[in-house]
Design a protein around this ligand. Structure first.
Ligand code: 5GP
Ligand code: ZN
Length: 115
């Protein structure tokens, strides 16, 4: 838990969010400003500021994030069509919330290169 972290406040239940999945390691919530018909945020319960703050102790957690991404995509129904998992790191990477999270986007054709 980090003071003034919006995702820590959501995890603590102090700010409401719409969940599609949760377990002991992560929450999956609907993004408040969706960029695709399906746009979820996979948020580790552990407060980790950015990708650069990960350590080898987090290897299992990050593997779990991708397992959950596939499970949610499958359960919601867009896995076979295809989807994208994105982590934005630091300002030029587009990060705006300083608690590590992974965007899970589906329900439309994605473009490449990304913006
Ligand atoms: P970033 O830009 O850091 O990669 O992604 C942050 C994401 O969090 C954005 O897509 C933004 O819409 C989402 N977001 C910011 N505040 C909230 C909130 O209070 N609730 C939810 N559900 N999403 C949020
Ligand atoms: Zn946090």
């Amino acid at each position: 838990m980090s003071d003034n972290c919006i995702f820590c406040k959501i995890i603590a239940g102090d700010i409401p969010a719409r969940y599609v999945y949760e377990d002991e390691l992560v929450l999956v919530l609907e993004d408040i400003n969706p960029q695709a018909p399906h746009h979820y945020l996979i948020v580790p319960r552990k407060h980790i500021r950015t990708t650069l703050d990960l350590t080898t102790a987090d290897n299992e957690l990050i593997g779990h994030v991708f397992q959950v991404a596939g499970k949610v995509a499958h359960d919601v129904g867009f896995a076979d069509d295809g989807f994208r998992v994105i982590n934005n790191c630091n300002e030029a990477g587009g990060q705006t919330v300083w608690h590590i999270h992974f965007h899970l986007l589906g329900g439309r054709d994605m473009t490449w290169p990304p913006g």
